[in-house]
Design a protein around this ligand. Structure first.
Ligand SMILES: [Zn+2]
Length: 210
């Protein structure tokens, strides 16, 4: 039961986070994860940082919008099933759902898995990722050019992105010509290959060294 409340709190309550300063550390309040996800929809410059190109920020925002709607709508469904009032505010609704679900005692592993999945998804989305262009054609559609936002035809449609703290396990690629997005082995090989092609330093696993 407490696990379920923890998962609800994780998504709906602000938390105190340690912030490093020149002389030690201080504490700051960070918005609830669902609030941060909603902010990410409207922010094209803030949280994703300066490391990603503008086009990847826009993709991130569209995806944040989609995920936010999906989560809000699922919470609404859960509220209706549990008999809680729906306000279309995911934070308020999820907490109301928790109270209602406690009353009917219909707590299953399913809800816990879903809530934890959302938290992981939002955290993943808010963590800045490093991006680089793959210098070879798209392995899916074979394109070696794509049309950018300005309408110009430019080279290198495939973009590789990864979490700088864990490049190999997090790497994925997407093609701006055909829209294909994939994770896993090919993305890892592409990352390693691209690094070699550029003459960048890599470690034994082919990970680009900073
Ligand atoms: Zn493609």
């Amino acid at each position: 039961m407490n696990e379920l409340l923890d998962a609800v709190d994780d998504l709906t309550l602000p938390r105190n986070v340690k912030v490093q300063t020149d002389d030690g550390h201080t504490w700051a309040s960070e918005d609830a994860l669902l609030v941060q996800l909603e902010e990410a929809i409207h922010s094209t410059t803030g949280r994703s940082g300066g490391r990603s190109a503008s086009h990847t920020r826009m993709i991130l925002d569209a995806d944040a919008l989609m995920q936010f709607h999906r989560i809000t709508s699922t919470i609404g469904d859960w509220c209706r099933m549990a008999g809680a009032t729906v306000h279309r505010d995911p934070v308020q609704d999820l907490r109301a759902w928790y109270v209602a679900i406690m009353a009917v005692d219909d707590t299953t592993e399913f809800y816990l898995r879903e809530l934890r999945g959302w938290a992981a998804l939002i955290r993943g989305k808010l963590t800045p990722r490093s991006t680089m262009q793959f210098l070879r054609p798209c392995p899916e559609c074979g394109a070696n050019t794509y049309i950018n936002e300005e309408g110009d035809t430019v080279p290198h449609p495939v973009v590789i992105d990864y979490d700088p703290d864990a490049p190999m396990s997090s790497v994925r690629w997407s093609c701006r010509a055909c829209g294909e997005t994939r994770e896993g082995e090919f993305a890892q090989r592409a990352l390693a290959y691209d690094a070699e092609t550029r003459g960048q330093e890599t470690n034994d696993n082919g990970v680009v060294l900073p």
